[in-house]
Design a protein around this ligand. Structure first.
Ligand code: MOS
Length: 694
């Protein structure tokens, strides 16, 4: 049990402290930072998926007035480390995916840089490429671990026997699409060198993690890399790790000594250079008895990775924890293809991995004549089925019940295709959500008294739009016994104490615990009346609680869907989620996170789909004209609620991460509702209208 904070400011909803700067346009993002007389970088990308560069002719580009330098594999400096092939800019003549950067122009203006980039003549000796993902490939392989460090495969009991003895069984394959991260602010770097030190204004989820990766690739001591990110216009995981443009910006600035450079990726470039969510193929097998009690839960997941760098989406991991069943199996297999490097996208693993199983559960519930809410309640485990550990708290059942009550589930006619209004078939559906409580070690915070009763709290955390500026100040205020307005935060800069990445919904758990530790150290040292200038620091406490308990957030998502009987058009007039996420630090900000996740889940269910042209190996709809993201008119009514949950084990605030769980389960709830509306079972995302036209 952790020494819990007494909540005073926690649970209140102060408005964002960075709000005024954002709405008045004075908040500086990475590309807005004022540096004197910057040059601009534009990238040249390979237009084939595999080959060898035979020539990069820069003469025409170089001859253009205003061009300062052109970097290519022929002239770029050697990097200290090429272990991470994604970051090994210009270190080889091999082309490993379409869109790989083969040259970079540095010029006086953005326009000249872009024009000159078009004048670079690239010759590539093209080789046959392979970008075809399929579960039938004979070269699928098992990665050593999957993302997050989980085991690749697990097995308990015997699924063959379990299925043979189950009166109701299901064996179906579900697929999720290729999705690209599209934060509103494109990935942008402003880079400058000063006396051998590198300063980066970077749109990133982690300033210290960016420093560490960049320093390693460039062969610098980490202290010589200074990373600054006061405001970030969304990340969703693509800004959680360093991508190649950061290295290129550093090299470009080095190529024009004394001149800072700015590099902003175009929207189209983001479709090949900043990671994306791998498409997945999920074979789900379930078996249950006549009462709907599961005897078998098996998920075999196939995803893709890039030939040059492995990323293993942990698609089957969430199914290890959600429902009880004596016979269980999960596997992950990868196809290594000539594709861009996949990476994190909001709830990697949980988001795609709760689609197949949660649609499968709906199918099996219907098969054995049970309400899908009741079916899930019957399969609630006593302990975590994966580890055998007790849950620190688990309130999936409460979420299902509260959601059903708020949504009006009791009035539902279980028969599909039973309700129609003016040409629209109407239906409702449900799915469960889950997300682990992640905790990343290695953060440090400092508390300083700046005037009687006033405090400055420093930690290199980043606010990627989630509200970190505000929520950490709330936590600090309670830990110091101060008012919210008496705490000022200093974050988003490697000049502050080291902080872990804003990833895996771990921010508040990791940084909040660290801030509490520093505040407690401060109060222990200086008592209730500290002198001005008094200062104390502390690192995130080591915590063995995680060893004793399985810690996860849960939720239940309810969707109302209408499908047009003639055109097959799918709309989602209503989404309602109820979540169990521990204590909520700031209800206003939390609600924003949850409805944001649910909206992104709706977008994934209906619209988003990166369409690969296998002939050329690229995503053809690589812009906002054709990669459709849900807009206001697609999302008429989204409600997020939470149940009271007291968890004394997660951290001193009693919180669980909320940045990602909102997207988990949404697509399954919508697919289940679409089935209820139409009687058509769609197992492949997105739910485009062609699925509903016979
Ligand atoms: Mo988030 S996808 O864990 O950065």
């Amino acid at each position: 049990m952790t020494d819990l904070l007494r909540p005073r400011v926690l649970g209140q909803s102060p408005t964002r402290v960075d709000g005024p700067a954002k709405v008045t346009g004075t908040a500086r993002y990475a590309g807005d930072q004022r540096v004197s007389d910057p040059a601009y970088v534009h990238l040249v990308q390979a237009d084939v998926a595999r080959g060898v560069l035979t020539e990069v002719d820069v003469s025409a580009a170089q001859a253009l007035h205003g061009v300062l330098a052109v970097l290519t594999p022929d002239n770029a400096p050697r990097l200290a480390s090429t272990d991470d092939a994604e970051l090994a800019a210009f270190q080889s003549h091999e082309v490993a995916f379409r869109g790989q950067v083969v040259a970079a122009v540095v010029a006086r203006t953005r326009e000249i840089a872009r024009h000159a980039a078009a004048l670079v003549r690239v010759e590539i000796d093209q080789r046959p490429h392979d970008v075809h993902l399929s579960a039938d490939r004979d070269d699928l392989y098992a990665p050593e671990k999957v993302n997050g460090g989980s085991a690749t495969d697990t097995e308990q009991g015997d699924i063959g026997t379990g299925l043979a003895h189950s009166p109701f069984t299901l064996d179906q394959t579900y697929t999720t699409a290729w999705y690209n991260n599209n934060p509103l602010e494109p990935h942008t770097t402003t880079a400058l060198w000063l006396d051998g030190d590198l300063a980066l204004y970077e749109s990133t989820q982690g300033v210290h993690t960016t420093r560490e990766s960049t320093a390693r690739v460039l062969g610098l001591a980490p202290e010589r890399v200074h990373v600054i990110a006061p405001h970030v216009g969304g990340g969703f995981g693509s800004k959680g790790t360093v991508h190649v443009h950061v290295i290129i910006a550093a090299l470009a600035a080095k190529a024009v000594p004394g001149t800072p450079v700015k590099l902003a990726l175009t929207r189209q470039q983001m479709f090949s250079l900043v990671g994306y969510r791998t498409p997945t193929i999920q074979r789900v097998r379930l078996g249950c008895d006549a009462d709907g009690r599961l005897a078998v839960v098996a998920v075999d997941a196939v995803g893709q990775t890039a030939r040059i760098k492995e990323f293993a989406e942990q698609t089957a991991v969430p199914s290890r924890t959600v429902y009880a069943a004596p016979n269980r199996r999960t596997t992950h297999r990868l196809a290594a293809l000539d594709v861009p490097v996949p990476s994190w996208m909001r709830a990697p693993g949980e988001c795609p991995g709760m689609f197949g199983p949660e649609v499968a559960v709906d199918e099996l519930a219907i098969a054995c004549g049970l309400d899908p809410v009741e079916f899930r309640i019957r399969n609630e485990p006593d302990v975590d089925p994966d580890t055998g550990k007790p849950f620190s708290s688990r309130n999936l059942v409460a979420c299902l019940r509260e959601g059903a009550r708020r949504f009006g589930w009791e009035h539902r006619d279980p028969a599909p295709r039973a309700r129609a209004e003016s040409g629209w078939l109407m239906g409702t559906g449900v799915a469960a959500s889950t997300y682990p409580v992640n905790r990343i070690p290695g953060s440090v915070a400092t508390v300083r008294c700046t005037a009687p009763g006033r405090y400055l709290v420093s930690i290199g955390a980043v606010d990627i739009g989630t509200g970190t500026w505000t929520s950490l100040a709330q936590i600090a205020a309670d830990a110091l016994g101060a008012d919210f307005t008496d705490v000022e935060m200093r974050i988003g800069d490697t000049a502050r104490p080291r902080a872990s990445v804003a990833g895996g919904s771990s921010g508040i758990t990791s940084w909040g615990s660290t801030v509490v530790a520093a505040a407690r150290e401060f109060r222990r040292t200086f008592g209730d009346h500290p002198a001005e200038g008094a200062e104390a620091s502390a690192a995130m406490p080591e915590d063995d609680v995680g060893e004793e308990y399985a810690m996860h957030a849960f939720g239940a998502q309810f969707a109302e869907v209408r499908v047009h009987a003639d055109t097959g058009e799918v709309r989602v007039p209503r989404l309602l989620g109820v979540f169990a996420v521990g204590r909520v630090v700031n209800p206003r900000l939390a609600r924003s996170q949850l409805i944001g996740g649910m909206t992104m889940g709706l977008s994934m269910a209906l619209h988003e789909h990166s369409v690969l042209d296998e002939r050329f190996g690229h995503v053809v709809n690589h812009d906002f004209a054709e990669y459709h993201i849900a807009t206001n008119s697609d999302v008429p009514h989204v409600e997020a609620h939470w149940v009271e949950e007291h968890d004394p084990h997660t951290n001193p605030m009693g919180t669980k991460g909320i940045g990602e769980i909102g997207i988990v389960g949404t697509a399954a709830a919508i697919a289940n509702a679409a089935h209820h509306a139409t009687g058509v079972r769609v197992r492949d995302l997105p739910l485009t209208l062609d699925h509903f036209l016979e």
